[in-house]
Design a protein around this ligand. Structure first.
Ligand SMILES: Cc1cc2nc3c(=O)[nH]c(=O)nc-3n(C[C@H](O)[C@H](O)[C@H](O)COP(=O)(O)O)c2cc1C
Length: 148
């Protein structure tokens, strides 16, 4: 079975915690996954399928740990050739127009790179839940088959 590469953008650790719970859930289903907090374009090219879990910072900006990676992808434009992907964005609707802005940017970029979205962007609002991991784990659980 192929492996799901989980790329994580996190400033304070929420998205990282969510990604770790997703990875544990996948483990129990016998699905291999690997978490990347400091990924390279090469890691991305080698992925069988891509899950991004990212918070937003600033005004809808990409967290610093993924900033250069995303810029490198924009520069290198590696074709995903219909590789399956999904993006879960952690945000806070108090930020208005920039709600989940990083997730929106990443979803658009992966679409441009010819990835195959297996779900619409998931937007998790900190104003509505204190347990983003519950929502994201349940969402990924339903998508597992689509990643293969
Ligand atoms: C300084 C700062 C800026 C933020 N900017 C945004 C934003 O533009 N849009 C958004 O949806 N959420 C924004 N947030 C909310 C975070 O994305 C949210 O709290 C998230 O759960 C943090 O996850 P992390 O710990 O993985 O970084 C911001 C939070 C902080 C503290």
């Amino acid at each position: 079975m192929s492996k799901i590469s989980i790329f994580v953008g996190s400033v304070y650790g929420n998205a990282q915690h969510v990604a770790e719970d997703v990875s544990s859930m996948l483990d129990t289903k016998g699905v291999d996954s690997k978490i990347f907090m400091d990924p390279s374009v090469e890691d991305f090219k080698q992925a069988d399928s891509v899950l991004v879990v990212s918070s937003s910072t600033g005004q809808g900006d990409i967290p610093p740990n993924l900033e250069f990676f995303i810029q490198d992808l924009r520069d290198a434009q590696p074709s995903m050739a219909q590789k399956p992907f999904a993006v879960a964005a952690l945000g806070d609707s108090a930020y208005g127009d920039s709600f989940c802005g990083a997730g929106v940017q990443i979803f658009e970029l992966l679409s441009e790179l010819q990835g195959k979205p297996i779900a619409e962007l998931l937007e998790v609002d900190a104003c509505e839940t204190l347990e983003p991991e519950v929502e994201v784990v349940a969402w990924v659980e339903k998508l597992v088959a689509e990643f293969q």
